[in-house]
Each structure stands twice: as C-alpha cells, then as structure tokens.
Design a protein around this ligand. Structure first.
Ligand SMILES: O=[N+]([O-])c1ccc(O[C@@H]2O[C@@H](CO)[C@H](O)[C@H]2O)cc1
Length: 510
C-alpha cells in the first residue's frame, strides 16, 4: 500500500508544550549519585559537585523540565535531611532501591543549582505516603517564601538569601502503590488536604499535580477528577513500555487496584532480544495512544475545557537489569528498539498536546530508558538521547494535525502501524515532521501532502542502525547517531520520502 500523510493546517491551533520533552531523575541506583552528582572533590570535571559533561549534554538536548526526587523515593523523602552542611546530613537507607545508604548530599539546594545550570524548570514531588501536611507546607515555604519566616530564615542560614522560582509541584507519587497503597477515594481526599497547604507565596504560583493512575486504571482518573479536579492543574499518568505486566495486581470489587512488586518478574533483556520482543515493544508503545485517549475522555467529562493537563510524568521502556548489576538499580542498555519506541510515544504526546502538556521519561541517567549512561569519568549518549535531540524542534511549536494512511508491520498474526508521525510549525515558520518506521525489515515509501505549506527546501536527519539491538557502548560510543537524511524530495503537494527500516527521521521544510 502507498503510505501517505496529509496535514490539516486549518485545524492547527494547539501548541506542543516544551515540557512534553521533560525528564525524571530519582535517587535510584546511579541516576543522581555518579550520574549527576559526583561531589566537589571528584576527579571527574564538575561544578559545585555536578558533572560538567552531563550538564552540557542535557543542555544540548534542550531539557525543558526535570522531575525530582522520585518516584517511590519521593514518598520516603524527608527534605530536611537534605539541607545544611553535608557532614550533618542524615544518612538513611534507600529501602526501595537496592537498600543502599543515601547520604543526602544531593538535596534541595543542589537540585536548584542543577536546574540553574541546565536552564531547566524544576518539578518537585512531595511526600504524601510517609510525610505530613506540615512537612510539605514547610518545604514549599522554604523554597519560595521571600520574607521573614521560620523556613525562609532557615534557607538564608543555609546560604540562599532569595527564594527560588518553583512552579511545578507533585502532591505524592503512585499513591496506589509504593506511595501508600491507597484507594483512589482515600488519596483524592488526601490530595485535597495536602494541596490546600501548598501555598502560593508572593508572586510564586504553584502548578499542582496530583498522582494519577497507572496504565489503564481508569477508575483512578474517574475518582480523582470527580473529587478533586478544581484543585489541580495536572493529573500524572504513569505508563511503562513493557513486554508484560511485571507486578502483582490486586483488583478490589469497588474498582480499586493495588499493585505489588513481583520479585520473580521476568521483563526480557534490553539488548539480547528477538523480533517478537521488538514487536512487543512497538505494540506496547502504541498502546499509549489508547491510554491517552481513554484517560482524556474521562477527564473531558469533568473538565471539558481541558484546564487540567494529563501529565505522563513516568514513561519509557523497562527491561531486566544488565547482567551482574544490582537488581535494585534498574540499569539497562538502550538500543534502536528504545529509540523507535520513544519516537512513537513522543509522536503520540505531540498529537494529543491539547490535553498532554508534560511528559517525563524515566529516567535521565543510568536508570531505565536513560538518555545518558556513565561509567566513571566516561559518558555516552544513548539512541533515546538522539531521538530527544532530533525532536527538540517540536518544543513550543504549533502542532499540525496529521491524517495518516499507512500499511501494517505484521508479525505472528498481529500488526501495528508501520509508520508513526507528528508535525509542527515552529516560531521561525519551519515545518518539522517526525516519522518512525517500526518495521525492522522493510522500508516505507511515504507521500506527504503538506496542506498548502509552500516549501522551497527540505532537509532531514535520520537515526538508523543495521541491527534491532544496535546500541552505543563505552568502547563504541557513536555506533548509533543521527546522520543527514537524503531520501526525501519536494513535490508539488509536499514531499516524497523513503523511510528506511527501524529508523527515526526528522524532516524540515522551509
Ligand atoms: O510495573 N511495575 O512493576 C512498576 C513498579 C514500580 C513502579 O514505580 C515507579 O517506577 C519507579 C522507577 O521509575 C518510580 O520510582 C516509581 O514511581 C512502577 C511500575
């Protein structure tokens, strides 16, 4: 079949919020410690303890927002443990993630310092599961109150005179699971209570984000929207691209579900996989479309004006850890399969940008679908990094709705669309189209009708590889990297291109 796309430019009204290209860094494994924080005395080049190479790479990728300190860690984190002189900071056990000692050397001040270096928005997740309303209220006061108060005075005593600007604040994380095993009804009430005390001090207006559902738990969305929509700016969906569910799910008759860790779960390998596992990840990535559509439909019932954003603040692939590494550290390699699945997810978020206004891939460095891996002083960029870097052209651009007609990629009696696409026009008036081909064996000819966008020049970049499992290593850091793409020509209607198997392409028409 001939694959074709047609842009509906008359319907182009929504902006792709740059925060869709957001990230998530938790106190988990080697994400914060080693990945970001090496300490002032490290031989690894750093600025006030933060790795210079990592900061530069994340800036080059144009990281717009960073979520911290968790994840499950957030509901065990007591922020006062992470302020004051480093020697006096509490040492605690990171029970969720490997049972290692957390020395709290990376705390609130260090996080804001990192965000300043990255020129990125901070997004802080507060503790509902094991923290108090008072503790949450004090944290926001500590960070944002400009004046005389116990918390503002404490901040000043710790060396920071002026408050920080903080917009995004999450009220708990996964409170149906690691954040307290709550029922939706119970969390909705707690959300109302806790969020009341997350104050706007002075001009600092907090954008409040409620812990949302996991995957297809529409009951959670229904209850949260029914009970608490007027008090929230965003609802956070978590969805991991996996071959199978790897936790124990307890279903209550009232619609509530509780999720427990399954220690025996097998998730499949990140690098050593066959085509059925490639296909399984493509299918799981496409499932994001159904999740976004169905959760949005529930939200529409209570919020037809779409005031509350759907925020996917944890997403990405989840495989077994690399052999020989700590199972609690969630360290996995990252291949061309991760790149194509990230492109599918990002295209879906772009296409739903009327409701989806932030997304945060899990997790920035050395954990799950990381964009950066480090080993001592070495650092490599993963194929997923390159997708984010290629897709950065969509940040804050106007989404162009795309009608797509394409063939299927079929395997073992199942099929998924061979091509995934999104498009936008940026502030300079350039049209950017991102396309990925999910089929590892067949190229896809693509006819593009740009809906009257008069282009004089088309250029492109491609991320491709010769094997499904191609990836970068510390010995071969540039095996998978973007190259100029020449398989495209302008036509009367728009363009004609051939998208190679298992590739991600960005086309720019100006
Ligand atoms: O599917 N599961 O088995 C599963 C298990 C744990 C889980 O927790 C979330 O993922 C963790 C890693 O990003 C974050 O700390 C937490 O919010 C999310 C999903």
């Amino acid at each position: 079949m001939t694959n074709s796309i047609k842009l509906n430019r008359a319907a182009a009204v929504h902006k792709i919020d740059r925060n869709i290209y957001g990230h998530f860094a938790e106190h988990l494994g080697r994400c914060i410690y080693e990945g970001i924080w090496v300490g002032e005395d490290s031989a690894i080049p750093n600025t006030r303890g933060i790795r210079n190479d990592v900061v530069q790479a994340l800036k080059d990728m144009k990281i717009p927002i960073l979520r911290w300190p968790g994840g499950c860690f957030a509901d065990e984190y007591h922020w006062q443990d992470g302020i004051g002189s480093k020697e006096s900071r509490a040492r605690m056990i990171n029970t969720h993630w490997g049972g290692v000692v957390e020395n709290n050397h990376f705390g609130t001040h260090e996080f804001f310092d990192l965000c300043d270096m990255l020129e990125t928005e901070p997004y802080i997740c507060g503790n509902v599961g094991s923290g108090t309303v008072y503790e949450m209220q004090q944290w926001v006061e500590y960070m944002t109150f400009d004046g005389e108060s116990p918390m503002a005075d404490l901040r000043k005593a710790n060396g920071r005179e002026k408050p920080w600007n903080l917009t995004y604040f999450g009220v708990g994380n996964e409170n149906w699971g690691c954040g307290g095993r709550m029922r939706a009804e119970y969390y909705a009430d707690l959300y109302r209570q806790y969020s009341t005390y997350v104050r706007d001090y002075g001009d600092n207006a907090i954008y409040k984000i409620a812990a949302g559902p996991r995957g297809d738990n529409y009951h959670w969305t229904e209850v949260l929207m029914r009970e608490a929509a007027p008090f929230m700016d965003g609802l956070a969906l978590h969805y991991y691209t996996r071959l199978r569910d790897h936790s124990i799910v307890l279903q209550n008759p009232d619609g509530n579900r509780i999720y427990l860790k399954d220690p025996k779960a097998v998730r499949g390998q990140a690098v050593d996989f066959d085509e059925s596992e490639w296909f399984g990840i493509m299918k799981a990535a496409y499932f994001t479309e159904e999740l976004v559509a169905k959760h949005s439909a529930v939200m529409d019932k209570y919020d037809p004006e779409k005031k509350v954003a759907l925020i996917i603040d944890e997403w990405g692939t989840w495989f077994d850890v690399e052999p020989g590494t700590n199972p609690g550290f969630l360290y996995q390699q990252n291949t061309m399969r991760d790149a194509v699945s990230a492109a599918i997810s990002l295209n879906i978020f772009n296409n739903h940008c009327d409701r989806v206004r932030m997304a945060n891939i899990a997790q920035t460095i050395n954990v799950l679908q990381a964009v950066i891996l480090t080993e001592g002083e070495k650092m490599i960029l993963t194929p997923t990094y390159h997708v984010f870097e290629m897709f950065k052209v969509h940040q804050d651009a106007i989404m162009q709705p795309v009608d797509i007609q394409c063939g299927a990629y079929k395997l073992n009696g199942e099929e998924v669309p061979q091509l995934s696409v999104s498009a936008s026009v940026d502030a300079a008036g350039k049209l950017n189209i991102t396309v990925c081909n999910t089929d590892p064996s067949h190229a896809a000819p693509l006819h593009g009708d740009t809906g009257g966008f008069a282009g004089k020049l088309v250029t492109g970049r491609i991320l491709a590889a010769d094997a499904m499992s191609s990836h970068n290593t510390f010995e071969h850091p540039n095996r998978v990297k973007p190259e100029p793409f020449t398989g495209v020509q302008l036509t009367q209607e728009g363009f004609q291109a051939t998208i190679p198997p298992m590739s991600v392409v960005v086309l720019t028409i100006e």
